[in-house]
Design a protein around this ligand. Structure first.
Ligand code: FAD
Length: 487
């Protein structure tokens, strides 16, 4: 199993990451990335510790592997996988959305149905299987960009006036393809090993050039990672911004400046229909999003834990209307957890013998996520009031001789001394109010597609036949006739 140290060392590979107008020399030593790299290193160390029971014998590789990468073949497998994903999620309290387990789950889904990648034109199934084995054996951290840049959502890439704004084929060679263009939004790409590039948004038959799936090392020549502002870098301390400094996984626009991709790393080539099939005819989309929901359970629990503590510290937890708010938070958290457990309990064994989390329940939680997470964050804000703002400018005010006595006296609660109180409220602000917190609101609303897309998944996968049959059964139980009023 890969250790945290091995992971860190592998990132010193001269990758092309840009921040604040400069190329980052070494991400492991840069303050924008070092916090999250340490967190991911802890995840690898945890998985490598036999006492944590995070490994299994992988039938595809014949090696000992991380359970988060498992192709589940029973309800028990799904449960074991969930426990492993939860152990990782607890390290960041669910604030690392795109750890190695996210795209790793997509690849488990792809490889479990690799025949989907074989078409009359191409036989890419073996490529998918080979890359999945590599990912498992080398414990790779793969991230993805599967959304076209937000240039014009009224049309698709072929109609954007200029060619290759979205990543597409520039040149086909005997040994592979050369790609040019861009794709969004590479969360954690700056600190990962490989990038999976594809397009989940529907394309048209005029977009064949953009209808691709492939993997590429982040360090590959021509791959440029343009990061957004760092939320970790500018903070005064880990005490003031405990989440921003540890879990800012970064997001980036990825530019492909004539990147060569050998055929063995290509999974879909110039085939619009295959883009959809790879995600929805394999279990990739359900397994990837099941991982995301398992992580969300941990985050929701953390959020309501902070709310409960704040209510207790401020002495408002016995007020009935406050209990109502805490009860609403509890309902939101239990709803997410319940849907994940239901999708596991009601899993469907597919034709390849793979246990797929039941999409009815999985997509129900996803369909409401743009409401559940913002609602939970709003309730936390409401319960915390001005306490989120009435905080010292930095930890230095708590230490300086001239200021600390006033803060000890006036920033306290009957049940908590000032240092602990400030610590709690600064944590709450990092969840709901900091730039990091604002990004998380956007993340939970958009990571699996815009809210209308997530609701469409729920619409497509609910299985309305049962509901409609109930209505039709009832409608056919009575008729229009003279006696109908009596029946
Ligand atoms: C923090 C964060 C991290 C992310 N990380 C990743 C990542 O690692 N990898 C990755 O590939 N992607 C990632 N994404 C991108 C994410 O997948 C996209 O944001 C998402 O798919 C939505 O696409 P969009 O942002 O272009 O929104 P758009 O599709 O432009 O939608 C924005 C809004 O426009 C309206 N709209 C647009 N089209 C329609 C329509 N047809 N019908 C009705 N309304 C419409 C809706 O109001 C919608 O909410 C991330 C996003 C965020 C916010």
């Amino acid at each position: 199993m890969r250790t945290g140290k091995q992971y860190e060392e592998s990132l010193r590979d001269d990758r092309c990451v840009y921040l604040n107008g400069e190329r980052v020399k070494d991400v492991t030593r840069h303050p924008a990335f070092s916090g999250v790299i340490r967190t991911v290193a802890r995840m690898y160390d945890l998985a490598a510790d036999p006492a944590e029971d995070m490994t299994f014998r992988c039938p595809e590789t014949g090696t000992c592997a991380n359970k988060v990468f498992m192709i589940p073949r029973s309800r028990e497998d799904l449960q074991a996988r969930r426990c492993a994903i939860t152990k990782w999620a607890k390290i960041s309290n669910g604030f690392i959305g795109r750890g190695p387990d996210h795209v790793g789950s997509f690849f488990a889904g792809f490889a479990s149905a690799s025949e989907v990648f074989n078409t009359p034109r191409h036989r890419f199934g073996p490529n998918v299987e080979r890359f999945y084995r590599k990912l498992v054996e080398e414990d790779l951290y793969v991230t993805y960009v599967i959304i076209p840049p937000q240039i014009d959502r009224s049309s698709t890439a072929h109609a954007w006036g200029e060619e290759l704004l979205q990543v597409g084929v520039l040149e086909e060679r005997d040994d592979g393809i050369v790609v040019r263009g861009s794709q969004m939004l590479g969360t954690a790409t700056a600190v990962s090993d490989y990038l999976f590039v594809s397009c989940i948004k529907p394309l048209t038959s005029d977009d064949e050039r953009y209808a691709l799936s492939f993997v590429v090392p982040v360090r590959a020549p021509g791959v440029k990672v343009y990061c957004r502002r760092s939320y970790a870098m500018s903070q005064p301390s880990g005490f003031d911004y405990p989440l921003s400094t540890r879990f800012d996984e970064t997001d980036a626009l990825i530019v492909f400046d004539d990147v060569f991709v050998p055929w063995e790393n290509v999974f879909v080539y110039r085939d619009v229909n295959q883009l959809r099939r790879q995600f929805f005819e394999t279990p990739a989309h359900v397994l990837g999003n099941n991982q995301a929901q398992i992580r969300l359970i941990t985050k929701m629990k953390f959020l309501i834990g902070v709310a409960r503590k704040i209510a207790e510290v401020n002495g408002i937890d016995a007020i009935p209307s406050v209990q109502e708010k805490l009860g609403e938070l509890a309902s939101l958290a239990a709803f997410v957890e319940g849907m994940v457990l239901a999708s596991e309990a009601e899993c469907i064994i597919d034709a390849n013998g793979v246990a797929r989390p039941n999409p009815r329940f999985l997509y129900a939680a996803m369909g409401l996520q743009a409401e559940t997470y913002p609602r939970a964050a709003l309730l936390l804000r409401e319960l915390a009031g001005g306490g989120l703002i009435q905080l010292p400018s930095s930890y230095k005010d708590l230490l300086a001789e001239e200021t600390r006595h006033d803060l000890e006296r006036y920033l306290r609660s009957p049940r908590l001394a000032s240092e602990q109180r400030v610590k709690l409220f600064k944590l709450a602000w990092d969840i709901v109010g900091s730039e990091f917190g604002g990004r998380h609101l956007q993340y939970e609303m958009f990571y699996a597609g815009a809210p209308f897309v997530a609701k469409n998944y729920a619409f497509r996968h609910y299985g309305y036949d049962e509901a409609v049959a109930c209505v039709e059964g009832f409608l056919s139980s009575y008729e229009l006739d003279e006696d109908s009023a009596c029946r």
